[in-house]
Design a protein around this ligand. Structure first.
Ligand code: ZN
Length: 300
């Protein structure tokens, strides 16, 4: 695992959204979009940790912004202070009061390798940050921005409590969810203004475990706190795992209750898992659920 992004400190595994780099992946091949790799709060959190291990406290010897807006930006000579995640956003703070803001969306990743290795080909790299020892290549990032650190609030200030944040506040997350009682709980959980970090996988798994249909209006959910606390527990349990599981089973294909299992038998009741589309965000609308285990109306 010489190319593992975690190798600066020798922990972890090279799986997840960081295939070993330097081997020159063929153009157009991205990370496999599977249960393990779609960036939700846990993956973003781990990306921040891995970026931190490679970049924190080291002076940048290279910065290459391959986005038109910042193509002339140059951070060479500045030390990286830290990278933090806020929900699904990454904030890399550098000396001189600057912050690099990136977002992985559905298929982005940070690939970390020893400095000087070949970067992924195929025009997929949006940003390179490197020091004398390590290079971090932002691949297929949906957002690359450079702002003053003071402006971070403008970028992430709208977010609800971060499920993996040190300032996690369940009461506040519940309060925000409850503001729109007519919204379906499935839509409300993906709205990062309510709570930050959930994507389609954790939404589906959380609602299954809570026994609540994604289509049930927030106002008809008896215990929002229970739902929020399940989401937090699932994500926290996975934040340092290279392979995501919500069932506790790490074997391939056994890691989820409903996500990725549409049309197959429910692991609890044996009935067929349903799938549908929900919400307005074009990339985040797949919903899968069990009509039997997750009733649309509260039961007795
Ligand atoms: Zn079921």
């Amino acid at each position: 695992m010489t190319d593992s992004p975690d190798s600066p400190h020798g922990v972890g595994s090279p799986r997840e959204n960081d295939p070993p780099t330097g081997t020159g992946s063929p153009p157009g091949t991205g990370p496999r979009l599977g249960v393990d790799t779609v960036p939700e709060g846990d993956v973003v959190h781990r990306s921040a940790l891995r970026l931190g291990r490679a970049l924190d406290g080291r002076v940048l010897t290279r910065s290459d912004f391959r986005v038109p807006r910042h193509s002339t930006a140059d951070l060479t000579g500045r030390a990286v202070l830290e990278t933090v995640s806020r929900g699904k956003h990454l904030l890399t703070r550098v000396e001189g009061g600057l912050t690099v803001h990136t977002h992985l969306r559905m298929e982005g990743s940070w690939q970390i390798s020893p400095a000087g290795r070949r970067l992924p080909g195929g025009d997929v790299v949006r940003l390179v940050l490197a020091n004398a020892e390590w290079q971090a290549a932002g691949v297929r990032l949906s957002m690359v921005d450079l702002v003053s650190t003071e402006e971070e609030g403008r970028l992430v200030g709208h977010l609800g409590p971060d499920l993996l944040g040190e300032d996690w506040d369940e009461t506040e997350a519940v309060r925000r969810l409850a503001r729109r009682p007519e919204t379906s709980i499935g839509v409300a959980l993906l709205d990062q203004r309510n709570l930050a970090g959930i994507g389609t996988i954790y939404r589906a798994e959380t609602l299954f475990l809570a026994g609540v249909s994604p289509w049930r209006p927030v106002g008809a959910v008896e215990d929002l706190g229970a739902i929020v606390s399940i989401a937090r527990r699932l994500m926290d349990a996975n934040k340092e795992r290279p392979s995501r599981t919500t069932t506790g089973d790490l074997r391939p294909g056994r890691g989820t209750w409903v996500y990725g299992r549409a049309g197959r038998p429910c692991l609890r009741c044996g009935r067929r898992i349903s799938r549908g589309e929900m919400g307005a965000q074009p990339q985040e609308r797949l919903i899968v659920w069990c009509r039997h285990c997750q009733p649309e109306q509260p039961t007795g």
